[in-house]
Write a protein that binds this ligand. Structure first.
Ligand code: ADP
Ligand code: MG
Length: 408
C-alpha cells in the first residue's frame, strides 16, 4: 500500500524525522488559508498523487507549462497554483501518459536548499536484509543516477541482529561529504527512517531530496512510504491512510476476495492457477504478440465463490477483449473452475471470446460442466495452442468458437 507525501511526512515526524511545517488543501480557498497560516515568505504548493517526478511533470491541459510543485510568494499565488492543479491531470515519468487527477495539495513552507541528497531504505530480497541506499545526487530520479554514475550510489546493508548502528550512519555521512553538525543531523534522520521502517513494516522509505540547509540542518523535503501488504493487519491505523482514488479498482476488488491479482494494461484477461504457470501464460501471450490484462493466480485452495469473483473481475474489465483460462488441476479441481466460470458468466454475461485449457484433477467433469453450460468456449490442447487461439480471437482473425459440444 502506498500513501501520500504529506501522510508519510506526518508518520516520519512521529519517529523524529525533521520536516517543514505544512497543511493539506483540497480547494484553492484552503490553499490560501494554509499559505497564510504558515507565515512563511515563500510557500510551496505540491500536488499529492501516488507517483514521483511531480516537479518535472506537466499538466495534461498545459503540456509546456509548470509541474506539480510550485513556489508561491503570496497567498494569491498559492491560490493560482492550487486552481491550476486541483482536478487537473498531472503527467509524470511515473504516472504513464494517462496521468493522475490531483485531488489534494500539500502547502509547505519554503526551504533554503544548500544541497540535495538521496536517501532510501528498502528490503534487499537477494540479501534478505534492509539496505540503506544513499547518494549525493538527490533531487533527480535515482534511476538516472544509477545509469549515469553507478559509483555515486552508496549501499549499506543493516544486520537484523544488531539493527542500525551509529557508526554505520557516521560512516555514510562521511561518504556523503557531510561535515560538522550535518553529521549528527544525518544520523538522526537515518535513525528516524529506520525506526519508522521497522515499526511500520514498510516496504520502502524514500527521502528524495534529503536537504542540507544553508545553516547545515537537514530536512526531509520529499517523502515516499509504502507498506508490506502482508503485514498491514498488524497496523490497522495505516488502513485509514489508504486513498482509494489512487488504487486500481480491479485490484481493490480482488483484494476483497483475497486473490493474488495484479492489473496490467493489455487486452487478454488471464485466469491461471499457480504463480509460475500464471507467469508462463503471460509470457506466451506476449510471445504471440498481445499483452495480458492482468496477472491472476487463483491458487490451490480457492473456493468456487472466490474463483467466480475472479472471473467477474476479468469480465467487468473494459480493457479485456478476450479471456484465457489455463488451469492445471492439482489441488485446485477442474470441476470447481468450470462451475465458477459458468456461474460468473451467467451473472455478468460472457461478451468476449473465452479460450479454456484444462488438465489434471477432475478434468472430465470440468469439461462436462462447461459443455453442458451452453457457453461459447474455444477449447485448447496445450499452453501454446491456447495462446495462439486467444490472440487470434481478440484480433478477430478467426471465429473458432465451437459451441457447447467442443468445450475444452
Ligand atoms: P517530486 O520528487 O515528485 O518531483 P519533490 O517533493 O521532490 O517532488 O519536489 C521536487 C523539487 O522541488 C525538490 O527537489 C526541491 O528542489 C523542490 N521543493 C520541494 N519542496 C520544497 C520546499 N518545501 N521548499 C523548497 N523547494 C522545494
Ligand atoms: Mg522527490
Amino acid at each position: 500500500m502506498n500513501i501520500h507525501e504529506y501522510q508519510a511526512k506526518t508518520l516520519l515526524k512521529g519517529f523524529g524525522m525533521p520536516v517543514l511545517d505544512g497543511r493539506v488543501a483540497r480547494s484553492p480557498d484552503e490553499a490560501v488559508t494554509a499559505a497564510r497560516a504558515l507565515r512563511a515568505p515563500l510557500v510551496v504548493v505540491k500536488a499529492q498523487i501516488h507517483a514521483g517526478g511531480r516537479g518535472a511533470g506537466h499538466f495534461a491541459d498545459d503540456p509546456g507549462g509548470k509541474g506539480g510543485v510550485r513556489l508561491a510568494r503570496t497567498p494569491e499565488e498559492a491560490e493560482q497554483a492550487a486552481s491550476a492543479m486541483l482536478d487537473h491531470t498531472l503527467v509524470t515519468r511515473q504516472t504513464g501518459p494517462a496521468g493522475r487527477i490531483v485531488r489534494r495539495l500539500y502547502v509547505e513552507a519554503g526551504c533554503d536548499i544548500a544541497r540535495e541528497l538521496y536517501l532510501s531504505l528498502l528490503v534487499d530480497r537477494a540479501d534478505g536484509r534492509i539496505v540503506i541506499v544513499a547518494s549525493q545526487d538527490g533531487g533527480m530520479a535515482i534511476e538516472d543516477v544509477a545509469a549515469a554514475a553507478a559509483e555515486r550510489i552508496l549501499k549499506e546493508p543493516i544486520d537484523p541482529a544488531t539493527g542500525l548502528s551509529d557508526y554505520q550512519a557516521r560512516n555514510l555521512a562521511a561518504r556523503l561529504d557531510l561535515h560538522g553538525k550535518s553529521i549528527r543531523a544525518f544520523t538522526a534522520v537515518l535513525r528516524a527512517a529506520y525506526d519508522a521502517f521497522t515499526a511500520l513494516d514498510a516496504a520502502i522509505v524514500e527521502i528524495n531530496p534529503l536537504v542540507v540547509t544553508g545553516t547545515g540542518e537537514m530536512v526531509a523535503l520529499d517523502a515516499k512510504m509504502s507498506f508490506d501488504d502482508n503485514a498491514l493487519f498488524r497496523h490497522p491505523e495505516l488502513e485509514e491512510l489508504r486513498d482509494e482514488n489512487e488504487e486500481d479498482p480491479r485490484e481493490r476488488e480482488a483484494a476483497r476476495h483475497g486473490l493474488a491479482y495484479v492489473g496490467l494494461d493489455g487486452t487478454i484477461g488471464c485466469m491461471v492457477n499457480g504463480a509460475g504457470l500464471a507467469m508462463a501464460t503471460m509470457d506466451i501471450i506476449k510471445m504471440e504478440g498481445e499483452e495480458p490484462a492482468n496477472f491472476l493466480d487463483v491458487g490451490g485452495g480457492a473456493t468456487r465463490e472466490r474463483v467466480a469473483a475472479a472471473f467477474r473481475i476479468l469480465l467487468s474489465d473494459s480493457k479485456v477483449r478476450g479471456i484465457l483460462v489455463n488451469i492445471f488441476g492439482g489441488i485446485m479441481r477442474c470441476d470447481i473452475i468450470a462451475e465458477a466460470i459458468v456461474a460468473a458468466s451467467r451473472d455478468t454475461g460472457l461478451h468476449v471470446p473465452l479460450v479454456v485449457r484444462l488438465a489434471g484433477t477432475n478434468v472430465a467433469q470440468g469439461r462436462d460442466i462447461l459443455s453442458r453450460s451452453g457457453l461459447r468456449i474455444i477449447p485448447a490442447e496445450d499452453l501454446g495452442d491456447a495462446a495462439r487461439k486467444i490472440v487470434a480471437a481478440v484480433r478477430g482473425e478467426t471465429t473458432p468458437a465451437t459451441g457447447a459440444e467442443g468445450a475444452a
